[in-house]
Design a protein around this ligand. Structure first.
Ligand code: ASP
Length: 437
C-alpha cells in the first residue's frame, strides 16, 4: 500500500485535482492521500496559505474577516463547482466556521491550516474517500513541539486496517487541548511521511510539479541532469544545502520505518522521478548532486599557543550558545580557528558576537569576511575513489576560483567548500562540468 502526498500546484484548481484523482485511481495501492492547500496556478498567483495568513494578520489590525476571506471563499467555491461536489458539502457553514475561527484565534496557525483542510475535504468528496482530520492524528505539545512517537501511536490506531481510501490534510495537527499548530512552510511533506510510517506503507509517493531532484540548481546550471536515485543521507545533505524539492524534516518519520520516497510529477506521471532509498546505493556513481547557499560569514580567530589551551573551543562556542546562534563549520589550524555562520543566524548581533569572542578567548587577531557561499558536492561514491577532492579543487582552480574553506567529514559523503559570493555560480558550473556532465 502506498501513501501519496500531492503538493500545492497539484491541488491548485479543479483541472489539476482531476489529474490527481486520475493518478490515484490508476493504482489500487494508493489508499492514503495527504494534500497541500491550493498553490499557484500561474507564476503571479497567490497561494491559499499566503492569502489565509494575510487574512489573519489584517484581521488583527481591525479589518473585517468576512471581506478578507472573500477571495478564498471564491477560489474554493470555484474548485468545488469545477469538481461537481458543491452540493455534497455544506460549504457555506464550513466557510462561516472558518471565519469565526480566524476572528477568535490568537495565533496564525488556525488560519494557515484551513487551506489544507478544505483541499482535503474537496478531494475526499470527489474521490468518495473518507476525510480524516489531521488534528486527530498529528500531535504537538502545548509549547508547539511536534511529538513524533505519540503521533505515530495515534495515527496507527486511527488509520490502520482501512478498507476504503482516506484523504488527510497536510501541514498541521493539534495540541491535546485541540489548538491547531502547523509545521513550518512546506510541511505537508512531513505529514505525508508521518502517515507513511504509521500505516507501514511500502512506498511514500511525493507528487509535485517537477520530475524529482536535479543534480544542480537549474537557475545556475543549464538543464542539469535528473537524479534517478539517492540515499536518505544524500538527500539530507542536499536539502539542507538548498535543494528544496522536499521539506528537509520529511526524512525522519520514513527513515525510522525504512520506507522509500518517490518524488513524482503530477504533470508528467510517466516520468520515474527520483527514488530516495534507505541504504547506500551503488558506489559506482561518484557524485550524486551539488547544492549550495549564499549568505555566510567567516570569523577567523588567531591566538598563539591555541593548541595548548585546554577548553578554548568550549569557551568560544559558549559565546554562540549564550547568543542562541548556531554555526555551520569550524575548521581549525594549530593557532587558528574559523567560525562559519549564516548571516541569518547573526542578524544584527555581530557586535555582540565579536565582543563576546574577544572577552571569552582574548584572540591576538580576529578577522571577519562576509559574503561567502558554501557549496556541497555530495555522493557516497567518493569514499571509494581516491582523487575526488583533487579533481574538485583542480576544477575550481581552472576557472580561477579561490577556495576560502574546505570541510570534508570522515563519513566522506560530501566535500564542502566556501567561496566568495561572486564566484558562487562559476564554481558550481565548474564542479558540475567536472563530475556530472
Ligand atoms: N500550504 C503550506 C505552504 O504553502 C504547506 C504545504 O504546502 O506543504 O507552505
Amino acid at each position: 500500500m502506498k501513501v501519496c502526498k500531492f503538493g500545492g500546484s497539484s491541488m491548485a484548481s479543479s483541472d489539476t485535482i482531476k489529474k490527481v484523482a486520475e493518478i490515484i485511481r490508476s493504482d489500487e495501492a494508493r489508499k492514503y492521500i495527504v494534500v497541500s492547500a491550493p498553490g499557484k496556478r500561474f507564476p503571479k498567483d497567490i497561494k491559499i496559505t499566503d492569502s489565509l495568513l494575510n487574512c489573519y494578520q489584517e484581521s488583527k489590525k481591525g479589518k473585517s474577516v468576512n471581506e478578507l476571506f472573500k477571495p478564498i471563499r471564491e477560489r474554493f467555491t470555484e474548485i468545488a463547482v469545477g469538481l461537481g461536489v458543491e452540493k455534497k458539502l455544506d460549504l457555506e457553514s464550513i466557510f462561516q466556521a472558518i471565519e469565526e475561527g480566524i476572528a477568535s484565534s490568537s495565533s496564525p496557525d488556525f488560519a494557515a491550516a484551513q487551506g489544507e483542510r478544505l483541499s482535503a475535504m474537496l478531494l475526499a468528496s470527489y474521490l468518495d474517500y473518507n476525510f480524516v482530520d489531521a488534528k486527530e492524528i498529528v500531535r504537538f505539545s502545548d509549547n508547539g513541539v511536534f511529538n513524533a512517537e505519540y503521533t505515530n501511536d495515534l495515527a496507527q490506531k486511527l488509520l490502520g486496517a482501512r478498507e476504503s481510501g482516506v484523504v488527510i490534510p497536510g501541514f498541521y495537527g493539534s495540541t491535546s487541548s485541540g489548538r491547531i499548530v502547523t509545521f513550518s512552510r512546506g510541511g505537508s511533506d512531513v505529514s505525508g511521511a508521518i502517515v507513511a510510517r504509521a500505516v507501514k506503507a511500502e512506498l511514500y509517493e511525493n507528487w509535485t510539479d517537477v520530475n524529482g531532484f536535479l543534480t544542480a540548481d537549474p537557475r545556475i546550471v543549464d538543464h542539469p541532469k535528473q537524479i534517478p536515485e539517492l540515499s536518505y543521507r544524500e538527500l539530507r545533505e542536499l536539502s539542507y544545502m538548498g535543494a528544496n524539492v522536499l521539506h528537509p524534516e520529511s526524512i525522519f518519520p520514513v527513515r525510522k520505518a525504512n520506507i522509500p520516497i518517490n518524488i513524482k510529477n503530477t504533470f508528467e506521471p510517466s516520468n520515474p522521478g527520483t527514488m530516495i532509498l534507505p541504504g547506500v546505493l551503488s558506489h559506482e556513481r561518484l557524485i550524486t548532486g551539488i547544492a549550495g547557499k549564499r549568505g555566510f560569514v567567516s570569523i577567523l580567530i588567531e591566538k598563539s599557543m591555541m593548541n595548548n589551551e585546554i577548553g578554548f573551543t568550549r569557551k568560544l562556542l559558549s559565546v554562540l550558545e549564550n547568543l542562541n546562534m548556531s554555526f555551520e563549520h569550524l575548521p581549525s589550524g594549530i593557532d587558528t580557528m574559523t567560525l562559519i555562520l549564516a548571516d541569518s543566524e547573526i542578524g544584527n548581533k555581530m557586535q555582540e558576537l565579536v565582543g563576546g569572542i574577544r572577552e571569552a578567548v582574548s584572540p591576538d587577531r580576529l578577522e571577519i569576511q562576509s559574503d561567502l557561499a558554501l557549496i556541497a558536492t555530495v555522493g557516497h561514491g567518493m569514499a571509494y575513489k581516491p582523487g575526488t577532492a583533487s579533481r574538485l579543487f583542480t576544477a575550481l582552480s581552472r576557472v580561477g576560483v579561490n577556495i576560502k574553506m574546505i570541510d570534508q567529514g570522515s563519513s566522506e559523503l560530501n566535500i564542502i567548500v566556501a567561496v566568495k559570493g561572486d564566484d558562487y555560480e562559476k564554481a558550481i558550473n565548474a564542479i558540475y562540468e567536472e563530475f556530472i556532465n
